[in-house]
Design a protein around this ligand. Sequence first.
Ligand code: 5GP
Ligand code: MG
Length: 179
Amino acid sequence: MDTIRIKDKTFAVSIPEADIQREVARVANEINRDLDGQNPLFVSVLNGAFMFTADLMKHITIPCEISFVKLVSYAGTSSTGIVKEVIGLNEDIEGRTVVITEDIVDTGLTMQRLIADLEKHRPRAIHIASLLVKPGKLEVPLDIRYVAMNIPNDFIVGYGLDYDGWGRNYRDIYTVCNE
Ligand code: 5GP
Ligand code: MG
């Protein structure tokens, strides 16, 4: 399946499964090497990171725990408009090494918000592992230590990422076609 159709848009394969799997395994090995002895807690951001997190964890060989959070957006009453609240973190992260696993960092605002929230609980360190980063769109300073792949600014789907809820199931990553 080189192209797929989701709702009103056509998408073409841009990152095949084999490339994704190779880079995910590389990131896992970097984490195994860097965080050995730290018993990290992986915090996966639902929904988008579910596939990346699952594949990453299959290559993690150091002792670790894994947890899942969700960021719920709602229209706030403040002037900032959309507010994102972190739900689902039940572990005590004080003094722990935390690795956030995320599908994609775009402007970086979501990640900045999540880190600010986690820091309130005084972890030892917070590292970011993102499947994808769009360096051209980053608006805030973020130290993204583990990146599987940098990509251009185009909209993508597949491998956990959706277009309006659809397309998360594909094993390859697809980029939207300009029509
Ligand atoms: P940020 O706060 O970094 O701008 O946005 C991060 C979120 O925007 C991601 O977690 C993801 O849900 C969404 N996002 C950004 N770029 C894309 C994209 O190209 N495709 C999809 N499906 N979601 C994206
Ligand atoms: Mg996400």
